[in-house]
Write a protein that binds this ligand. Structure first.
Ligand code: SAM
Length: 281
């Protein structure tokens, strides 16, 4: 293994600090620094960027991000056992790593970040989807982040990049692809992690678009898509009945057959439906 910094190898760090992985915190660590540097590179050029990392754990990815030139890394970690290890990394990269001990679902990192911001994380699986949805649905667009480079269970990664007509296609695909370019950039087998999870993983990279791909009111699109995929086996005229009493007319106006099922409807057509329901001013 080539050395990316002067800090000890991660296996040694884990042993010294007795960092046994906790399932309740979704802890599956990446201990190969070549791999963490590779993940950091998928985020694009980090120089001149602040990086938000959720769940640094023993800091393998953190070290990759710093070695790849991130201007600053803000790392939010819930497990206080990791703090001494992260402090050693902070000492090796003066003024470039700030660690917040807390729950990423409760902390607002914005006050600590200076744009441009990239988010890079080997996310705890139990909170990954929720964080992604929050990052994709800010009050205003463009969001605080320029890109997201995130590890997910393979099945979740496939839902993010899914196209119409596939089983994986649903609310997550629409949310992600409406205002971002999303692609899977790396696949990892369970054995890449310590301890190995039960399933394979993949890294998804999302670049925020300056403008939505197709115009639509965010709240209306969100309501339509949630209702459509909540009852994905039903025809849209039935699953969307609660959205508007005239839903058949709106479906036709958007070029969607009322007998269609959600799975077949493109992002562009969902946006047309949202505009028919609430024309943009
Ligand atoms: N980034 C490290 C790596 O790649 O080896 C650890 C990844 S591990 C999959 C997920 C990390 O997220 C753990 O360190 C865990 O303690 C932390 N974590 C879990 N839930 C969290 C939360 N709600 N907020 C912040 N960190 C959390």
């Amino acid at each position: 293994m080539s050395q990316i910094d002067t800090l000890p190898p991660l296996r040694e760090v884990i042993a010294t600090h007795q960092l046994s992985a906790r399932k309740s915190l979704g802890q599956n660590f990446l201990l190969d620094l070549n791999l963490t540097a590779k993940i950091a590179r998928q985020a694009g050029d980090l120089t001149g960027c602040d990086v938000l990392e959720i769940g640094p754990g023993p800091g393998g990815l953190t070290r990759g991000l710093l070695a790849e030139g991130a201007r600053r890394v803000l790392a939010v970690e819930k497990d206080s056992r990791c703090l001494p290890v992260l402090a050693e990394i902070a000492a090796a990269y003066p003024d470039r790593l700030q660690v917040i001990n807390g729950d990423a679902l409760e902390i607002d990192p914005l006050e600590y970040l200076t744009p441009p911001v990239r988010v890079v994380a080997n996310l705890p699986y139990n909170v990954g989807t929720e964080l992604l949805v929050r990052w994709l649905t800010p009050k205003a667009w463009p969001p605080f982040w320029q890109s997201l480079t995130l590890m997910f269970q393979r099945e979740v990664a496939e839902r993010i990049v899914a196209q119409p007509g596939s089983k994986a296609y649903g609310r997550l695909a629409i949310l992600a692809q409406w205002r971002a370019d999303a692609r899977i950039v790396l696949s990892l087998p369970p054995g890449a992690f310590t301890p190995p999870p039960k399933v394979s993983s993949a890294v998804v990279h999302l670049d925020a678009l300056a403008e939505p791909r197709f115009p639509a009111d965010a709240a209306v699109l969100s309501r339509v898509v949630a209702a459509a995929f909540n009852q994905r086996r039903k025809m849209l005229r039935a699953s969307l009945k609660g959205v508007s009493p005239d839903i058949e007319e709106h479906l036709v106006a958007a070029g969607i057959a009322p007998t269609e099922r959600a799975e077949q409807v493109s992002l562009e057509a969902f946006c047309a439906l949202a505009r028919s329901l609430k024309p943009l001013g």
